[in-house]
Write a protein that binds this ligand. Structure first.
Ligand code: ASP
Ligand code: MG
Length: 470
């Protein structure tokens, strides 16, 4: 059994981007009385820098790679300079960062010779973002009197070898957690660990997908059987729309796991999509909180569904690719399906929706910048058994809520507020929590605004569930 009461607190890149932010994080952590597992991201934009360093190296632009690395390292030293005053501690911290610096330099030299950037090599660069941020946060926490232990998540979370989007093995990870972390928690130690990173059984570094520190927090939540998983970010909680596009969004006080899963799947950035299932399975509430506005109560995501027949949020994904496939004439339809499924399983595109009618198929794929699949290979293979048509520049806009099919006039309201649009397709989600519209990407902003106005602003959504964000 885990210690009496445990919570996981995850802080994202903007929450740990500089000394002021980290000091703020430490204050938040100190206020929490329960047993704590603190999960941290790399400093803001740190992972992007490491990816760029890797690309420069593979292109043999060693000077550019080193320059970017110097800047990244300097950000960590700057934090130490302000937050760690004790000379002995500071020396230890600087040694650790300089050691990481040397390792990255070795990677740069090696990759510049080989010139081939695989997803595995990319992961070996990426892990340093979290390793370095957690190191400076660790020494800063010690300086502020926290009884804290730094853990290397690669020693705890064991994953498969799908580099760049690795998936954990929960039972192996549980064993590591029980032997390495539980005893520390029992001693009253605060645990500090990196999000995003894991390793294979053979100890090769992996990462679990961009923005997946939320997922790491959920994994630790499950392993610790935590009472709550807190995701500390830079917005007040789960909102009715992306505040970068819509002014006058509302914050939700709560949302069910099932709805949140749809929201994350269809593009909402606030919580990584893989985080929900493990927490749902173990019934551990996730609370999204703002580290820059600790007065806000955030949004709680849990298994209850209290507000029925209601639209909760509208989200979008602009990086949509659509495959239109029609089986070759005289090909038996079941052979077509079998070949199609086999090909998709091999190339592993991130499929959002499959629609089929009259035997032909439309596959809606959420393109991911970091694990791009090779469409030429896919095309060649599919053309053996089907006509292949790839359509780019599409957007998928999704309304998420509960029992959408029983909301009065729902479809009428959607299309009356969007008189000018011509969707390519519309689809209700499997559990009636989502309604997606496939459109040309240039219509994204306009459609989002109209839908948000129709379902939230014009109806003064503010009530127990919705709170206007000022
Ligand atoms: N640092 C990683 C990223 O930028 C993971 C995370 O922040 O969640 O994608
Ligand atoms: Mg995030």
């Amino acid at each position: 059994m885990a210690a009496a009461k445990n919570i996981v607190m995850k802080f994202g890149g903007t929450s740990v981007q500089d000394s002021t932010s980290i000091e703020n994080v430490i204050n938040i952590v100190k206020k929490q009385k329960a047993g704590k597992i603190v999960v941290v991201s790399a400093v803001a934009r740190g992972t992007n820098s490491l990816e760029q360093i890797a690309r420069f190296s593979a292109d043999n632009k060693v000077k550019d790679a080193r320059k970017l690395l110097d800047e990244l390292i300097a950000r960590h030293y700057a934090i130490l300079e302000i937050l760690v005053t004790d000379r002995g501690l500071k020396k230890n911290a600087i040694d650790k960062i300089s050691n990481y610096n040397n390792k990255i330099e070795e990677l740069i030299s090696g990759l510049s010779i080989i010139g081939d950037l695989s997803l595995r090599t990319l992961d070996s660069f990426r892990v340093f973002g979290e390793l370095m941020s957690s190191t400076v946060i660790f020494y800063s926490m010690i300086s502020r009197g926290l009884n804290v232990e730094l853990i290397d998540s690669r020693d705890i979370i064991k994953s498969d070898n799908e580099f760049s989007r690795a998936y954990p093995d929960f039972s192996l990870s549980q064993k590591n957690f029980n032997s390495k972390i539980l005893p520390l928690l029992k001693k009253g130690k605060c645990i500090l660990a990196q999000g995003f990173i894991a390793s294979t059984v053979d100890g090769i570094s992996t990462t679990m997908g961009r923005e997946s520190s939320d997922f790491s927090a959920a994994i630790y939540g499950v392993l610790a059987n935590a009472d709550e998983i807190q995701i500390w970010t830079d917005v007040d909680g789960v909102l009715t729309a992306d505040p970068n596009i819509i002014k006058g969004t509302f914050k939700l006080s709560e949302i069910s796991f099932a709805e949140m899963e749809e929201l994350s799947n269809f593009g909402a950035k606030v919580l990584h999509k893989n985080s929900i299932k493990p927490a749902y399975r173990k019934n551990i509430p996730i609370r999204v909180l703002n580290s820059k506005n600790t007065k806000s109560s955030g949004t709680v995501i849990y298994s209850e569904l209290k507000f029925h027949q209601l639209i909760k949020s509208v989200t979008y994904n602009k990086n949509i690719i659509v495959l239109r496939l029609k089986p070759r004439e005289n090909l038996n339809q079941f052979i077509f399906w079998e070949m199609l499924i086999n090909t998709l399983a091999k190339h592993k595109p991130q499929i959002d929706i499959i629609i089929s009618s009259n035997n032909a198929v439309l596959i809606v794929i959420a393109e991911n910048n970091y694990t791009k699949i090779h469409y030429d290979d896919l095309k060649n293979e599919i053309e053996n058994f089907a006509q292949f048509n790839l359509i780019k520049d599409k957007t998928l806009i999704t309304l998420v809520g509960s029992d959408l099919n029983s909301i009065n006039d729902f479809e009428k309201r959607v299309f009356c507020c969007l008189p000018k649009i011509k969707p390519d397709s519309i689809v209700f989600g499997y559990n009636r929590h989502s309604f997606s519209i496939l459109l040309d990407v240039k219509q994204t902003e306009n459609v989002l605004k109209q839908l948000h106005n129709e379902f939230f602003e014009s109806h003064k959504a503010e009530n127990k569930l919705f709170k206007l964000i000022k």
